[in-house]
Design a protein around this ligand. Sequence first.
Ligand SMILES: NC(=O)c1ccc[n+]([C@@H]2O[C@H](COP(=O)([O-])OP(=O)(O)OC[C@H]3O[C@@H](n4cnc5c(N)ncnc54)[C@H](O)[C@@H]3O)[C@@H](O)[C@H]2O)c1
Ligand SMILES: O=c1ccn([C@@H]2O[C@H](COP(=O)(O)OP(=O)(O)O[C@H]3O[C@H](CO)[C@@H](O)[C@H](O)[C@H]3O)[C@@H](O)[C@H]2O)c(=O)[nH]1
Length: 439
Amino acid sequence: MKLTVIGCGYLGATHAACMAELGHDVIGMDADMDKVHALNSGKAPFFERDLDVLLAKHTATGRLKFTTSYAEAAAHGALHFIGVGTPQRAGEDAYDLTHLFSAVRQLAPRLKSPAVVAVKSTVPVGTAPRVVKILKEFAPAGDEVEVAWNPEFLRESFAIEDTLRPDRLVLGFESERSWAEAVLRQCFGKIIEAGTPTIVTDWATAELAKASANSFLATKISFINAMAEVCAAAGADVGQLADILGHDARIGHRGMRPGLGFGGGCLPKDIRGFMARAGELGADQALTFLREVDAINNRQRERMVDLAREQLGGNLMGKRITIWGAAFKPNTDDIRDSPALAVAHKLHELGVIVTVTDPKALDNARKTHPELDYTDDPIAAVQDADLLLHLTEWPQFTHIAPHRLAHRTATPKVIDGRGTLDADTWRKAGWTVRALNRP
Ligand SMILES: NC(=O)c1ccc[n+]([C@@H]2O[C@H](COP(=O)([O-])OP(=O)(O)OC[C@H]3O[C@@H](n4cnc5c(N)ncnc54)[C@H](O)[C@@H]3O)[C@@H](O)[C@H]2O)c1
Ligand SMILES: O=c1ccn([C@@H]2O[C@H](COP(=O)(O)OP(=O)(O)O[C@H]3O[C@H](CO)[C@@H](O)[C@H](O)[C@H]3O)[C@@H](O)[C@H]2O)c(=O)[nH]1
């Protein structure tokens, strides 16, 4: 099939490459010329495992190319996925849908023959009819342009795997057995034939599927972090507690790792956007628990700063703290709402000399946080440090032998914010070890 993907960021570039991998003839369209240039030369403009391999493979075969031109995109085939960003509005909880409506507004006048516009961006429930209204008003093909809602559940760092082998496919349409459904079933044919649960539903349910999935995931993380706070107060071990809970198949071990909490371009803004939308719908009471989920999450960052202060004898001013981690989680260069950088920034504000290291996210971090010091080498980073904070659990950090570090520091003290360092080994290597919310 000939199809396009409009918006080629973390989601869209991955989707475009994976659609080519499925055998489709794909044009990715993005407003950012530098991104398009990188993608056309077979390079991802961000770090996602194996994406470069897929991009190089399919830009070479000619099955995948990228453009900044809406005209070129609109003229290429009849299926247009939209994956532009839907960030949080500055100073508000609600979504900023400017990019989405702008993309639809620019695509619409160029749709001269029947087409399907399949939206993947995460949105507040009730957005689909607003997209339809723009298409009806501006697309020459009018009613022959159908809208499908195809929420995306991929996780960064597993983006290709999650796109090609998703847990489920959700396809939302205005009516049963529409042309749009046939088109999307053809597009995802290989995935559907592989036995992927495929749920065909209405627009609103498809939109809500995404908001509620991310709310559940965020709640699970904040639940275990709330338990961690209680464990800390009661002298219990939250690591063992999480393990015990996870053996109950109804709870499960996944997505319940206690620590510094969630960040990234999705969970934080999606729970806030969901609350804002519920408020508009008069259903705000239903989601007040998400306010607490958000508060528990943000509190872990404050607790980390408090623990750092405590480890430094109550005084942060002028101290040197090294932070392992800038990305919001390992195996990505994404620093959107990164818990590690939030802690780094707060410590800097409190007068600490902060040095940050990360295997992939330093370029991004330097742009948004020029106030911090950076170094590529996690071992050199601890030179003369009064305290080391392990805030993003990259395997590169976990694999460093602590005896190689202790003598470099001013005082060999570490706080593990992700619970993945082997405390015994570190203690044997001469370190004072603390973990967030653990005795
Ligand atoms: N990143 C993820 O893991 C993920 C997973 C599932 C869903 N989502 C959702 O997907 C959407 C995109 O997220 P992302 O992380 O890829 O964001 P991103 O910021 O990485 O990418 C968005 C891209 O859209 C482009 N863009 C913006 N306005 C445009 C326009 N008018 N025309 C063409 N291109 C335009 C930007 O240049 C950028 O490259 C969001 O709604 C997000 O919530 C993201
Ligand atoms: O047990 C856990 C699991 C995750 N996290 C943190 O939670 C955040 C989010 O992690 P993860 O869900 O792996 O990353 P994302 O790539 O943000 O993916 C989420 O957000 C995407 C965008 O909406 C969705 O598509 C995915 O299904 C959803 O998992 C990160 O900061 C993690 O460090 C924890 O603290 N404990």
